[in-house]
Design a protein around this ligand. Structure first.
Ligand SMILES: Cc1cc2nc3c(=O)[nH]c(=O)nc-3n(C[C@H](O)[C@H](O)[C@H](O)COP(=O)(O)OP(=O)(O)OC[C@H]3O[C@@H](n4cnc5c(N)ncnc54)[C@H](O)[C@@H]3O)c2cc1C
Length: 384
């Protein structure tokens, strides 16, 4: 007798699918390599300071997606939180994303919105008619000074690549605001789970029929024991890296503690080469409703992901997508496995997108079961 469902990975992808299928009456075994649930969103109290620590880097929930927002609110109270990022470049502190205050401080001006917009247009390089790279796009829209101060070195530190090697589409996602709004995210809902992400995800697993096996890696050979497997691990690992390793960036966190308030803000980016790290995050500021005497910080360094590192950011240059395509083609012929989440589809996904896609995946599985049709390997095309 085959068992019902195996879910590989106890992050948001696995937790949402497990929750939905258990409510629909399925028995679900969840396998997780790590000793905790919540994947990269895992948070726990720092033993020394009592601060809620975002163990794999800071996570802020922000969304316009009503379904994802309604869903997470079933499992946790969300406290209001607005992300306001500061940036240090050339020994001065600015506010991000680039807004009227950034422009006025940087150029020593007192522009009103229309004047600032006109000024930036005058700085843009009009000889670049059809920007193909991030660098071209930045030079065309914000000019060389802002590009070099805020984007160029930071991008090299973060991606190990020059902006001239990255697609122009990246900058289209970075807004320039001609007002004083420095709320980093432009979404209707933004907040933090009151007791951290791990408590929230644990609640998702509290449905009869779900068994979570922590510290238990799932071997693809065990697939035969189950009617269907949802796999939120790295797609290349499922196939034994037969097409080579998909490239990722990984992060190193240098942890240090202090008393009181170290930097006065949750996130400070270091945009120039004066420091080798990309940012310092001070975790007590992610829970502004709590009081702690001590404080804990991460200095964040980005580098190429090697075999035993945690894969954080998929790189997805054109050549990486060709490699991904080979995996996707093999996966499409793998029956009874659905590849989900950021690692299973090799895409950067925010939590709300992850949750929304996982809800759709569970819906699709239930629809396929009632129509007696084959559940596809992907509910979202990883190549799109
Ligand atoms: C540094 C960083 C900051 C981020 N900040 C934000 C933010 O501010 N806001 C936001 O919305 N999103 C943020 N994200 C994105 C967020 O982390 C993802 O949306 C989310 O983690 C995706 O969930 P997932 O379940 O798909 O993957 P994961 O959380 O990675 O979970 C996958 C799990 O699968 C497990 N696994 C893998 N292989 C196996 C195996 N063979 N057997 C058993 N278990 C296995 C892994 O151990 C892991 O726990 C950030 C991401 C990063 C990298």
């Amino acid at each position: 007798m085959k068992k019902n469902i195996a879910i590989v990975g106890a992050g948001f992808s696995g937790a949402v699918i497990a929750n939905q299928l258990a409510h629909a009456g399925y028995t679900v075994d969840v396998f997780e390599t790590r000793p905790h649930v919540a994947g990269n969103c895992h948070s726990e109290r720092d033993a020394e300071t009592g601060v809620m620590l975002h163990v794999y880097g800071p996570h802020i929930f922000h969304t316009d997606n009503e379904r994802a927002w309604e869903f997470v609110n079933r499992f946790s109270e969300f406290k209001p939180y607005v992300n306001r990022v500061k940036a240090i470049t050339n020994d001065r502190v600015y506010t991000l994303p680039i807004n009227l205050l950034t422009i006025n401080q940087f150029f020593g001006k007192t522009f009103r919105p229309a004047e600032a917009a006109e000024f930036l247009t005058s700085l843009g390089d009009k000889t670049i008619e059809n920007p193909l790279t991030f660098e071209d796009q930045a030079l065309r829209f914000v000019g060389r000074e802002l590009y070099e101060a805020f984007f160029k070195t930071y991008t090299i530190k973060q991606w190990g690549l020059s902006p001239s090697e990255l697609p122009a589409s990246i900058l289209k996602r970075l807004p320039v605001r001609f007002n004083y709004d420095d709320n980093y995210f432009n979404h209707k809902y933004q907040g933090m789970p009151a007791d951290g992400y791990t408590t929230l995800v644990e609640k998702m697993f509290e449905v009869p029929g779900i068994t979570v096996h922590l510290s238990t890696p799932f071997d693809p050979a065990s697939k035969a024991d189950y009617e269907h497997v949802f796999y939120a691990g790295p797609i290349d690992a499922w196939f034994g890296h037969s097409e080579g390793r998909l490239p990722y960036r990984t992060l190193d966190f240098e942890v240090f503690r202090d008393k009181g308030d170290y930097q006065g803000n949750a996130v400070v980016n270091y945009c120039d080469n004066a420091e080798p790290y990309t940012r310092i995050t001070e975790h007590k500021h992610f829970s502004p409703w709590e009081q702690h005497e001590g404080t804990i910080m991460y200095k964040e360094y980005s580098r190429q992901c090697e075999e035993n590192d945690i894969p954080y950011y998929p790189i997805r240059l054109a050549r990486d997508k060709e490699q991904l395509e080979r995996y996707v083609n093999i996966a499409r012929n793998e029956p009874n496995v659905t590849f989900v989440g950021r690692l299973g589809t090799y895409r950067y996904l925010d939590m709300d997108v992850t949750i929304h896609e996982a809800l759709n995946t569970a819906d699709k599985f239930l629809a396929c079961a009632s129509e007696k049709s084959q559940m596809p390997a992907f509910v979202v095309d990883p190549l799109a």
